[in-house]
Write a protein that binds this ligand. Structure first.
Ligand code: SF4
Length: 259
């Protein structure tokens, strides 16, 4: 220590200026601050395919999906073949979905999602595929809407209305929607259920009890403690949806283990 300096005063070289500069400050390299952009589509953009024009169908047989199964073995749709449609998650979903960030599509890198951006090609192709499958399956088909994605517009809901009306008993649909029952598209989905009570069963993905007045049915998470039953495929009591059928037969809320 040089002469004249106090033992108790910190030594600050003159060129560093006056306090509050700290002798212990170490300049860090500049690190840009990244904020995570909000996801508005699937994480797996390469999995989004354009509407096909060849032999590859957008409607996939349930036999490709262990949970779905293929031939319905009991209930009102006995004999129908299950097919499923997968759309890009988030792009086609309501922003209000409480699984926006942790959508189970986040764990499905290999699922093929079909683009809906070319509306005319999309609905034209779906119509063609349904007509072709109904030619092939005399007992009819039951379509799971949607493995990923949701009803994305009122025109799309009306499109299904037209198909269900045109094909009658041979065509049925079931599935789940994140739309709130009171929202614009949620109301239209409810009307579709009411118009075709035997052939259209789209459950609202919300924790609520069956609403007898509006015939609204729900699909809840495992935290729901109202009147419900656990999905028997998840509890190992049935092999697949084709041998269960409760989603389209039962009025009670189905409860799923949280993914
Ligand atoms: S309750 Fe039955 S039909 Fe519904 S998802 Fe589970 S296995 Fe499939």
């Amino acid at each position: 220590m040089g002469a004249g300096r106090s033992r108790h005063k910190p030594f600050i070289p003159k060129h560093l200026g006056a306090p509050p500069f700290s002798r212990f400050f170490v300049a860090m390299p500049e690190i840009p601050c990244y904020t995570m952009p909000m996801l508005t589509t699937t994480r797996y953009k390469k999995s989004i395919k354009p509407v096909p024009s060849d032999h590859v169908f957008m409607l996939k047989p349930g036999s490709n999906n262990k949970k779905l199964g293929f031939v319905v073995s009991k209930g009102k749709h006995k004999g129908k073949r299950i097919y499923s449609l997968t759309l890009p998650e988030r792009e086609t979903c309501p922003r209000s979905c409480h699984h926006w960030d942790d959508c189970y599509g986040n764990n499905m890198p290999f699922a093929v999602r079909y683009s809906v951006s070319d509306w005319e090609a999309f609905v034209g192709r779906l119509e063609y595929e349904i007509a072709t499958l109904l030619e092939k399956h005399k007992h009819g088909i039951l379509i799971r809407l949607h493995v990923l994605g949701d009803f994305f517009s009122s025109d799309y809901i009306r499109f299904w209305d037209g198909l269900l009306s045109f094909y009658g008993d041979s065509l049925a649909v079931y599935g789940y929607t994140a739309h709130n029952p009171g929202s614009k598209l949620g109301v239209l989905v409810g009307r579709l259920n009411l118009t075709y009570p035997e052939r259209c069963e789209i459950r609202y993905s919300h924790g609520a009890n069956y609403n007898r007045l509006f015939d609204q049915r729900f699909a809840a998470e495992e935290s729901f403690d109202g009147d419900s039953f656990d999905c028997p495929e998840q509890t190992g009591k049935v092999k697949d949806c084709a041998s269960c059928g409760l989603c389209w037969e039962a009025t009670k809320t189905v409860r799923f283990l949280t993914h």
